[in-house]
Design a protein around this ligand. Structure first.
Ligand code: GLN
Length: 479
Protein backbone atom coordinates (compact mmCIF):
# COMPACT_ATOMS: atom_id res chain seq x y z
CA UNK A 1 0.00 0.00 0.00
CA UNK A 2 1.12 3.48 -0.93
CA UNK A 3 2.37 5.83 1.77
CA UNK A 4 -0.56 8.14 2.42
CA UNK A 5 1.78 10.92 3.47
CA UNK A 6 3.12 11.36 -0.03
CA UNK A 7 -0.06 11.01 -2.08
CA UNK A 8 -1.52 13.86 -4.11
CA UNK A 9 -5.04 13.84 -5.50
CA UNK A 10 -3.71 13.05 -8.97
CA UNK A 11 -1.80 10.06 -7.56
CA UNK A 12 -4.88 8.76 -5.77
CA UNK A 13 -6.81 8.92 -9.03
CA UNK A 14 -4.00 7.25 -10.95
CA UNK A 15 -3.68 4.49 -8.32
CA UNK A 16 -7.40 3.76 -8.51
CA UNK A 17 -7.45 3.85 -12.31
CA UNK A 18 -4.53 1.43 -12.62
CA UNK A 19 -5.94 -0.75 -9.82
CA UNK A 20 -2.88 -0.35 -7.64
CA UNK A 21 -5.35 -0.12 -4.77
CA UNK A 22 -9.11 0.06 -4.35
CA UNK A 23 -10.86 2.97 -2.69
CA UNK A 24 -11.87 0.66 0.15
CA UNK A 25 -8.26 -0.38 0.75
CA UNK A 26 -7.24 3.25 0.69
CA UNK A 27 -9.99 4.24 3.14
CA UNK A 28 -8.95 1.52 5.61
CA UNK A 29 -5.27 2.31 5.31
CA UNK A 30 -5.88 6.07 5.62
CA UNK A 31 -7.87 5.69 8.84
CA UNK A 32 -5.41 3.18 10.26
CA UNK A 33 -2.43 5.41 9.50
CA UNK A 34 -4.12 8.60 10.72
CA UNK A 35 -5.14 6.91 13.99
CA UNK A 36 -1.66 5.51 14.54
CA UNK A 37 0.06 8.85 13.88
CA UNK A 38 -2.43 11.07 15.69
CA UNK A 39 -0.87 10.92 19.17
CA UNK A 40 2.10 12.91 17.80
CA UNK A 41 0.04 15.99 16.90
CA UNK A 42 -3.54 15.58 18.21
CA UNK A 43 -4.71 16.86 14.83
CA UNK A 44 -7.85 14.72 14.80
CA UNK A 45 -10.63 14.77 17.39
CA UNK A 46 -12.78 12.03 15.84
CA UNK A 47 -12.29 9.37 13.18
CA UNK A 48 -15.09 8.36 10.87
CA UNK A 49 -14.14 4.96 9.41
CA UNK A 50 -17.75 4.01 8.58
CA UNK A 51 -18.24 7.19 6.59
CA UNK A 52 -14.95 6.71 4.75
CA UNK A 53 -15.63 3.05 3.94
CA UNK A 54 -19.18 3.69 2.81
CA UNK A 55 -17.96 6.41 0.43
CA UNK A 56 -15.12 4.18 -0.75
CA UNK A 57 -17.51 1.35 -1.63
CA UNK A 58 -19.53 3.76 -3.76
CA UNK A 59 -16.36 4.92 -5.52
CA UNK A 60 -15.26 1.31 -6.16
CA UNK A 61 -18.72 0.50 -7.53
CA UNK A 62 -18.59 3.48 -9.86
CA UNK A 63 -15.16 2.45 -11.10
CA UNK A 64 -16.31 -1.16 -11.59
CA UNK A 65 -19.19 0.13 -13.75
CA UNK A 66 -16.73 2.13 -15.82
CA UNK A 67 -18.05 5.44 -14.48
CA UNK A 68 -16.15 8.55 -13.42
CA UNK A 69 -15.44 8.20 -9.67
CA UNK A 70 -15.89 11.97 -9.18
CA UNK A 71 -13.68 15.02 -8.88
CA UNK A 72 -12.34 13.78 -5.52
CA UNK A 73 -13.16 10.11 -6.03
CA UNK A 74 -11.33 8.08 -3.36
CA UNK A 75 -9.42 10.99 -1.83
CA UNK A 76 -8.97 10.80 2.01
CA UNK A 77 -10.01 14.16 3.46
CA UNK A 78 -10.28 15.61 6.98
CA UNK A 79 -12.91 18.17 7.93
CA UNK A 80 -12.53 20.86 10.59
CA UNK A 81 -14.77 20.08 13.54
CA UNK A 82 -16.88 23.22 13.06
CA UNK A 83 -18.50 21.76 9.93
CA UNK A 84 -21.57 19.66 10.59
CA UNK A 85 -21.29 16.02 9.63
CA UNK A 86 -24.44 13.90 9.71
CA UNK A 87 -24.06 11.07 12.21
CA UNK A 88 -20.50 12.06 13.17
CA UNK A 89 -20.04 14.19 16.28
CA UNK A 90 -19.21 17.83 15.69
CA UNK A 91 -17.68 19.37 18.80
CA UNK A 92 -16.30 22.76 17.66
CA UNK A 93 -13.51 21.73 20.07
CA UNK A 94 -15.86 22.76 22.89
CA UNK A 95 -16.93 20.84 25.96
CA UNK A 96 -20.40 22.27 25.29
CA UNK A 97 -20.77 20.19 22.13
CA UNK A 98 -18.69 17.21 23.21
CA UNK A 99 -21.57 14.83 22.49
CA UNK A 100 -23.39 16.74 19.75
CA UNK A 101 -24.16 14.63 16.67
CA UNK A 102 -25.67 16.70 13.81
CA UNK A 103 -28.69 15.43 11.92
CA UNK A 104 -27.46 16.95 8.65
CA UNK A 105 -24.34 17.67 6.63
CA UNK A 106 -22.89 21.09 5.93
CA UNK A 107 -23.18 21.88 2.22
CA UNK A 108 -19.38 21.77 1.84
CA UNK A 109 -19.38 18.27 3.37
CA UNK A 110 -22.30 17.21 1.23
CA UNK A 111 -20.41 18.35 -1.87
CA UNK A 112 -17.24 16.53 -0.81
CA UNK A 113 -19.32 13.38 -0.54
CA UNK A 114 -20.94 13.97 -3.92
CA UNK A 115 -17.45 14.36 -5.42
CA UNK A 116 -16.47 10.94 -4.06
CA UNK A 117 -14.20 12.11 -1.21
CA UNK A 118 -13.52 9.78 1.73
CA UNK A 119 -14.09 11.77 4.92
CA UNK A 120 -11.79 10.08 7.40
CA UNK A 121 -12.20 12.30 10.45
CA UNK A 122 -12.83 15.62 12.14
CA UNK A 123 -9.90 17.96 12.70
CA UNK A 124 -9.07 19.68 15.97
CA UNK A 125 -9.31 23.50 16.12
CA UNK A 126 -9.65 26.40 18.54
CA UNK A 127 -12.96 26.39 20.39
CA UNK A 128 -15.63 27.76 18.02
CA UNK A 129 -12.74 28.79 15.72
CA UNK A 130 -11.56 31.50 18.11
CA UNK A 131 -7.80 31.61 18.28
CA UNK A 132 -4.53 31.73 16.39
CA UNK A 133 -2.65 28.78 17.88
CA UNK A 134 -5.09 25.92 18.42
CA UNK A 135 -4.36 26.18 22.15
CA UNK A 136 -8.00 27.11 22.83
CA UNK A 137 -9.26 23.61 22.03
CA UNK A 138 -11.05 21.99 24.97
CA UNK A 139 -9.47 18.72 23.84
CA UNK A 140 -5.85 19.75 24.01
CA UNK A 141 -3.57 21.71 21.71
CA UNK A 142 -2.40 20.52 18.32
CA UNK A 143 1.35 20.22 17.82
CA UNK A 144 2.96 21.44 14.61
CA UNK A 145 4.26 18.35 12.73
CA UNK A 146 7.22 20.39 11.47
CA UNK A 147 8.37 21.22 15.04
CA UNK A 148 6.42 19.40 17.74
CA UNK A 149 7.09 21.97 20.48
CA UNK A 150 5.42 24.67 18.37
CA UNK A 151 1.83 25.59 17.55
CA UNK A 152 0.38 24.72 14.14
CA UNK A 153 -1.40 28.10 14.06
CA UNK A 154 -5.11 28.49 14.38
CA UNK A 155 -7.90 28.26 14.46
CA UNK A 156 -7.83 25.52 11.79
CA UNK A 157 -4.64 24.09 13.32
CA UNK A 158 -5.74 20.46 13.06
CA UNK A 159 -6.74 20.81 9.39
CA UNK A 160 -3.30 22.23 8.55
CA UNK A 161 -1.39 19.78 10.74
CA UNK A 162 -2.95 16.61 9.32
CA UNK A 163 -2.16 17.66 5.75
CA UNK A 164 1.42 18.58 6.70
CA UNK A 165 1.79 15.38 8.71
CA UNK A 166 0.46 13.33 5.83
CA UNK A 167 -2.51 11.86 7.69
CA UNK A 168 -4.93 13.34 5.12
CA UNK A 169 -4.42 14.23 1.48
CA UNK A 170 -6.44 17.44 1.87
CA UNK A 171 -8.76 19.03 4.41
CA UNK A 172 -11.37 21.71 4.95
CA UNK A 173 -10.99 24.58 7.37
CA UNK A 174 -12.75 27.84 8.09
CA UNK A 175 -11.35 31.35 8.03
CA UNK A 176 -12.87 34.35 9.81
CA UNK A 177 -9.72 36.37 10.40
CA UNK A 178 -6.92 34.20 9.05
CA UNK A 179 -7.69 30.74 10.35
CA UNK A 180 -6.90 28.98 7.08
CA UNK A 181 -3.95 31.02 5.80
CA UNK A 182 -2.08 31.44 9.11
CA UNK A 183 -2.00 27.71 10.03
CA UNK A 184 -1.20 26.84 6.39
CA UNK A 185 1.81 29.15 6.59
CA UNK A 186 2.92 27.78 9.98
CA UNK A 187 2.73 24.16 8.75
CA UNK A 188 4.08 24.67 5.22
CA UNK A 189 0.99 23.68 3.23
CA UNK A 190 -1.35 25.49 0.82
CA UNK A 191 -4.43 27.10 2.38
CA UNK A 192 -7.17 28.94 0.50
CA UNK A 193 -9.77 31.44 1.74
CA UNK A 194 -12.18 31.93 -1.16
CA UNK A 195 -14.32 35.01 -1.86
CA UNK A 196 -17.06 35.52 0.74
CA UNK A 197 -20.09 33.69 -0.65
CA UNK A 198 -18.04 31.45 -2.96
CA UNK A 199 -18.58 28.42 -0.70
CA UNK A 200 -21.81 27.91 1.20
CA UNK A 201 -21.70 28.43 4.95
CA UNK A 202 -24.73 26.20 5.50
CA UNK A 203 -23.84 23.80 8.29
CA UNK A 204 -20.70 25.69 9.26
CA UNK A 205 -21.18 26.43 12.96
CA UNK A 206 -21.28 30.22 12.98
CA UNK A 207 -18.58 32.30 14.66
CA UNK A 208 -18.92 35.70 12.93
CA UNK A 209 -21.33 35.21 10.05
CA UNK A 210 -20.30 38.19 7.92
CA UNK A 211 -16.65 37.05 8.03
CA UNK A 212 -16.84 33.24 8.02
CA UNK A 213 -15.42 31.42 4.98
CA UNK A 214 -15.00 27.69 4.26
CA UNK A 215 -11.89 26.69 2.29
CA UNK A 216 -9.37 23.93 1.55
CA UNK A 217 -5.89 22.90 2.69
CA UNK A 218 -3.68 20.72 0.48
CA UNK A 219 -0.03 19.89 -0.16
CA UNK A 220 -0.02 21.63 -3.53
CA UNK A 221 -1.88 24.36 -5.37
CA UNK A 222 -3.59 22.08 -7.88
CA UNK A 223 -5.07 19.88 -5.13
CA UNK A 224 -6.34 22.91 -3.22
CA UNK A 225 -7.96 24.29 -6.38
CA UNK A 226 -9.59 20.93 -7.05
CA UNK A 227 -11.11 20.75 -3.57
CA UNK A 228 -12.37 24.31 -3.91
CA UNK A 229 -13.94 23.47 -7.26
CA UNK A 230 -15.79 20.57 -5.62
CA UNK A 231 -17.28 22.64 -2.79
CA UNK A 232 -17.84 26.04 -4.49
CA UNK A 233 -20.98 27.46 -6.02
CA UNK A 234 -24.44 28.73 -5.27
CA UNK A 235 -26.41 26.96 -2.55
CA UNK A 236 -30.10 27.63 -1.94
CA UNK A 237 -29.55 26.90 1.75
CA UNK A 238 -27.24 29.90 2.28
CA UNK A 239 -28.73 33.22 1.18
CA UNK A 240 -25.25 34.79 1.14
CA UNK A 241 -23.85 32.22 -1.27
CA UNK A 242 -23.08 33.74 -4.65
CA UNK A 243 -24.58 33.00 -8.05
CA UNK A 244 -21.28 33.74 -9.84
CA UNK A 245 -20.19 30.71 -11.90
CA UNK A 246 -17.20 28.67 -10.68
CA UNK A 247 -14.19 28.91 -13.01
CA UNK A 248 -12.35 25.89 -14.33
CA UNK A 249 -9.38 26.44 -12.01
CA UNK A 250 -7.31 23.57 -13.43
CA UNK A 251 -7.25 25.22 -16.86
CA UNK A 252 -7.06 28.83 -15.65
CA UNK A 253 -4.17 28.28 -13.26
CA UNK A 254 -1.97 26.85 -16.03
CA UNK A 255 -2.07 30.07 -18.04
CA UNK A 256 1.25 31.96 -18.10
CA UNK A 257 1.85 34.72 -15.59
CA UNK A 258 4.24 36.86 -17.65
CA UNK A 259 2.86 40.39 -17.77
CA UNK A 260 0.66 39.96 -14.68
CA UNK A 261 0.74 43.00 -12.42
CA UNK A 262 1.41 42.47 -8.73
CA UNK A 263 1.05 45.03 -5.96
CA UNK A 264 3.12 44.93 -2.80
CA UNK A 265 1.22 46.59 0.05
CA UNK A 266 3.88 48.55 1.89
CA UNK A 267 2.00 48.43 5.21
CA UNK A 268 2.48 44.63 5.26
CA UNK A 269 6.24 44.90 5.42
CA UNK A 270 6.38 46.94 8.61
CA UNK A 271 6.92 45.20 11.92
CA UNK A 272 7.58 41.70 10.65
CA UNK A 273 10.53 39.49 11.54
CA UNK A 274 13.48 40.04 9.20
CA UNK A 275 13.75 36.40 8.16
CA UNK A 276 10.08 36.28 7.20
CA UNK A 277 10.50 39.46 5.16
CA UNK A 278 13.56 38.03 3.40
CA UNK A 279 11.67 34.93 2.33
CA UNK A 280 8.78 36.97 0.92
CA UNK A 281 11.24 39.16 -1.00
CA UNK A 282 12.89 36.02 -2.37
CA UNK A 283 9.40 34.87 -3.41
CA UNK A 284 8.82 38.16 -5.18
CA UNK A 285 12.09 37.67 -7.06
CA UNK A 286 10.79 34.34 -8.34
CA UNK A 287 7.61 36.04 -9.60
CA UNK A 288 9.69 38.81 -11.18
CA UNK A 289 11.77 36.22 -13.04
CA UNK A 290 8.54 34.70 -14.32
CA UNK A 291 7.79 38.02 -15.95
CA UNK A 292 5.42 39.60 -13.43
CA UNK A 293 5.48 43.36 -13.05
CA UNK A 294 5.81 44.33 -9.42
CA UNK A 295 5.03 47.67 -7.87
CA UNK A 296 4.44 49.06 -4.41
CA UNK A 297 0.88 49.94 -3.40
CA UNK A 298 -0.68 51.30 -0.23
CA UNK A 299 -3.60 49.99 1.84
CA UNK A 300 -3.75 53.00 4.16
CA UNK A 301 -6.42 51.77 6.58
CA UNK A 302 -4.47 48.64 7.52
CA UNK A 303 -3.52 49.94 11.02
CA UNK A 304 -7.23 49.91 12.01
CA UNK A 305 -7.89 46.32 10.91
CA UNK A 306 -7.30 44.52 14.21
CA UNK A 307 -9.50 46.89 16.23
CA UNK A 308 -12.20 46.82 13.59
CA UNK A 309 -12.12 43.02 13.37
CA UNK A 310 -12.28 42.43 17.12
CA UNK A 311 -15.35 44.65 17.39
CA UNK A 312 -17.24 43.07 14.51
CA UNK A 313 -16.28 39.47 15.20
CA UNK A 314 -17.00 39.64 18.91
CA UNK A 315 -20.35 41.37 18.28
CA UNK A 316 -21.41 38.66 15.86
CA UNK A 317 -19.99 35.90 18.05
CA UNK A 318 -21.87 37.09 21.12
CA UNK A 319 -25.08 36.79 19.15
CA UNK A 320 -24.21 33.47 17.46
CA UNK A 321 -23.14 31.82 20.71
CA UNK A 322 -26.35 32.82 22.48
CA UNK A 323 -27.98 29.63 21.22
CA UNK A 324 -25.85 27.45 23.50
CA UNK A 325 -28.07 27.66 26.50
CA UNK A 326 -28.16 24.14 27.87
CA UNK A 327 -31.60 23.53 26.37
CA UNK A 328 -30.66 22.71 22.80
CA UNK A 329 -27.64 20.83 21.38
CA UNK A 330 -25.44 20.99 24.38
CA UNK A 331 -24.21 19.77 27.67
CA UNK A 332 -26.32 21.09 30.59
CA UNK A 333 -25.36 22.03 34.13
CA UNK A 334 -28.05 21.26 36.68
CA UNK A 335 -29.47 24.19 38.66
CA UNK A 336 -32.62 25.06 40.60
CA UNK A 337 -34.02 27.67 38.20
CA UNK A 338 -33.95 28.14 34.44
CA UNK A 339 -31.89 31.32 34.62
CA UNK A 340 -29.36 29.67 36.90
CA UNK A 341 -29.19 26.72 34.52
CA UNK A 342 -28.35 29.03 31.58
CA UNK A 343 -25.68 30.83 33.56
CA UNK A 344 -24.14 27.69 35.00
CA UNK A 345 -24.10 25.84 31.69
CA UNK A 346 -22.41 28.72 29.90
CA UNK A 347 -20.07 29.41 32.80
CA UNK A 348 -19.00 25.81 33.13
CA UNK A 349 -18.70 24.69 29.53
CA UNK A 350 -17.45 27.68 27.53
CA UNK A 351 -13.67 28.15 27.50
CA UNK A 352 -11.92 31.40 28.46
CA UNK A 353 -11.56 32.82 24.96
CA UNK A 354 -15.24 32.30 24.13
CA UNK A 355 -16.24 34.01 27.35
CA UNK A 356 -13.91 36.92 26.64
CA UNK A 357 -15.48 37.38 23.21
CA UNK A 358 -19.06 37.07 24.45
CA UNK A 359 -18.36 39.80 27.01
CA UNK A 360 -16.60 42.08 24.52
CA UNK A 361 -19.27 41.52 21.89
CA UNK A 362 -22.15 42.13 24.27
CA UNK A 363 -20.47 45.32 25.40
CA UNK A 364 -19.90 46.77 21.91
CA UNK A 365 -23.52 46.05 21.00
CA UNK A 366 -25.00 47.46 24.18
CA UNK A 367 -27.28 50.48 24.17
CA UNK A 368 -25.26 53.67 24.24
CA UNK A 369 -22.12 52.01 22.83
CA UNK A 370 -23.50 50.56 19.64
CA UNK A 371 -22.88 53.69 17.54
CA UNK A 372 -19.50 54.41 19.07
CA UNK A 373 -18.13 50.92 18.51
CA UNK A 374 -20.10 48.60 16.27
CA UNK A 375 -21.35 51.16 13.77
CA UNK A 376 -17.95 52.84 13.64
CA UNK A 377 -16.26 49.49 13.02
CA UNK A 378 -18.64 48.79 10.13
CA UNK A 379 -17.60 52.10 8.56
CA UNK A 380 -13.92 51.28 9.01
CA UNK A 381 -14.56 47.90 7.43
CA UNK A 382 -15.92 49.67 4.34
CA UNK A 383 -12.76 51.79 4.17
CA UNK A 384 -10.54 48.71 4.43
CA UNK A 385 -12.49 46.99 1.65
CA UNK A 386 -12.17 50.20 -0.37
CA UNK A 387 -8.36 50.11 0.01
CA UNK A 388 -8.33 46.72 -1.69
CA UNK A 389 -10.71 47.76 -4.50
CA UNK A 390 -8.54 50.80 -5.19
CA UNK A 391 -5.31 48.80 -5.23
CA UNK A 392 -6.79 45.99 -7.32
CA UNK A 393 -7.90 48.44 -9.99
CA UNK A 394 -4.27 48.77 -11.09
CA UNK A 395 -2.92 45.29 -10.37
CA UNK A 396 -4.11 41.68 -10.80
CA UNK A 397 -3.09 40.54 -7.35
CA UNK A 398 -1.37 41.58 -4.15
CA UNK A 399 1.47 39.67 -2.52
CA UNK A 400 2.43 39.93 1.17
CA UNK A 401 3.48 37.82 4.13
CA UNK A 402 0.78 35.75 5.87
CA UNK A 403 2.06 36.32 9.37
CA UNK A 404 4.77 38.59 10.84
CA UNK A 405 6.55 35.54 12.29
CA UNK A 406 6.72 31.76 11.85
CA UNK A 407 5.20 29.16 14.22
CA UNK A 408 5.81 30.09 17.86
CA UNK A 409 6.31 27.80 20.85
CA UNK A 410 3.32 26.23 22.55
CA UNK A 411 2.47 28.41 25.56
CA UNK A 412 4.50 31.39 24.36
CA UNK A 413 1.62 33.78 23.69
CA UNK A 414 -1.17 32.30 25.82
CA UNK A 415 -0.78 34.75 28.68
CA UNK A 416 -1.15 37.81 26.47
CA UNK A 417 -4.27 37.87 24.25
CA UNK A 418 -3.14 41.11 22.55
CA UNK A 419 0.08 39.44 21.33
CA UNK A 420 -1.97 36.53 20.07
CA UNK A 421 -4.38 38.83 18.23
CA UNK A 422 -1.44 40.49 16.47
CA UNK A 423 -0.50 37.27 14.69
CA UNK A 424 -3.47 37.90 12.38
CA UNK A 425 -2.50 41.41 11.44
CA UNK A 426 -1.96 40.60 7.74
CA UNK A 427 -4.80 38.12 7.32
CA UNK A 428 -7.78 39.83 8.95
CA UNK A 429 -8.03 42.44 6.19
CA UNK A 430 -8.79 39.85 3.51
CA UNK A 431 -11.79 38.60 5.49
CA UNK A 432 -13.02 42.12 6.21
CA UNK A 433 -12.88 42.84 2.46
CA UNK A 434 -14.34 39.44 1.53
CA UNK A 435 -11.79 38.89 -1.24
CA UNK A 436 -10.03 35.62 -2.08
CA UNK A 437 -6.65 35.09 -0.49
CA UNK A 438 -4.33 32.17 0.11
CA UNK A 439 -1.08 31.03 1.65
CA UNK A 440 1.49 29.25 -0.47
CA UNK A 441 4.71 27.81 1.04
CA UNK A 442 7.64 30.20 0.57
CA UNK A 443 10.68 28.48 2.06
CA UNK A 444 11.81 27.87 5.64
CA UNK A 445 13.69 29.92 8.20
CA UNK A 446 17.18 28.87 9.30
CA UNK A 447 15.47 26.93 12.10
CA UNK A 448 13.45 25.03 9.52
CA UNK A 449 10.14 26.79 10.19
CA UNK A 450 7.88 27.30 7.16
CA UNK A 451 7.04 30.79 5.88
CA UNK A 452 3.88 31.44 3.87
CA UNK A 453 3.43 33.92 1.05
CA UNK A 454 -0.01 35.47 0.85
CA UNK A 455 -1.74 36.23 -2.44
CA UNK A 456 -4.93 38.34 -2.65
CA UNK A 457 -7.04 38.91 -5.77
CA UNK A 458 -10.34 40.62 -6.59
CA UNK A 459 -13.79 39.25 -5.71
CA UNK A 460 -14.42 35.92 -7.49
CA UNK A 461 -11.02 36.09 -9.17
CA UNK A 462 -9.67 32.98 -7.47
CA UNK A 463 -8.27 32.01 -10.88
CA UNK A 464 -5.74 34.88 -10.90
CA UNK A 465 -4.60 33.93 -7.41
CA UNK A 466 -4.22 30.26 -8.36
CA UNK A 467 -2.37 31.19 -11.53
CA UNK A 468 0.32 33.03 -9.58
CA UNK A 469 0.52 30.40 -6.87
CA UNK A 470 0.78 27.57 -9.37
CA UNK A 471 3.47 29.29 -11.45
CA UNK A 472 5.38 30.06 -8.26
CA UNK A 473 5.17 26.46 -7.10
CA UNK A 474 6.13 25.07 -10.53
CA UNK A 475 9.14 27.38 -10.61
CA UNK A 476 10.31 25.72 -7.41
CA UNK A 477 9.21 28.43 -4.98
CA UNK A 478 11.80 29.51 -2.43
CA UNK A 479 14.32 27.18 -0.77
N1 GLN B 1 -7.30 34.28 15.09
C1 GLN B 1 -8.50 35.00 14.71
C2 GLN B 1 -9.46 35.02 15.85
O1 GLN B 1 -9.16 34.47 16.87
C3 GLN B 1 -9.10 34.38 13.50
C4 GLN B 1 -9.92 33.20 13.77
C5 GLN B 1 -10.55 32.64 12.56
O2 GLN B 1 -10.22 33.01 11.44
N2 GLN B 1 -11.51 31.75 12.77
O3 GLN B 1 -10.53 35.57 15.74
Amino acid sequence: MENLASLTIAQVKEGLRTKKFSALELAREAVRFAEAENPKTNGYLTFSPELAEEAASLVDARIARGEDPGLLGGVPIAVKDVLSTKGVRTTCASRLLEKYVPAYDATAVDRLKAAGALIIGKANCDEFAMGSSNENSAFGPVRNPVALDRVPGGSSGGSAAVVAQGTAVASLGSDTGGSIRQPASFCGVVGVTPTYGRVSRYGLVAFASSLDHVGPFARNVSDAALVLEAIAGRDELDATSAFAPVDDYQTEMRKPVAGMKIGIPKEYFEGLEAETGDKIHAGLDVLRKLGCEIKEVSLPHTPYAISCYYIICTAEASSNLARYDGVRYTARAEAATLTDMYAKTRGEFFGMECKRRIMLGTYVLSHGYYDAFYLKAQKVRTLIAGDFSNALRDVDALVAPVSPFPAFKIGEKMADPMQMYLSDIYTITGDLAGIPCMSVPCGNTAQGLPVGMQIFSGHFKESSMFRLAYAFEQAGGVA
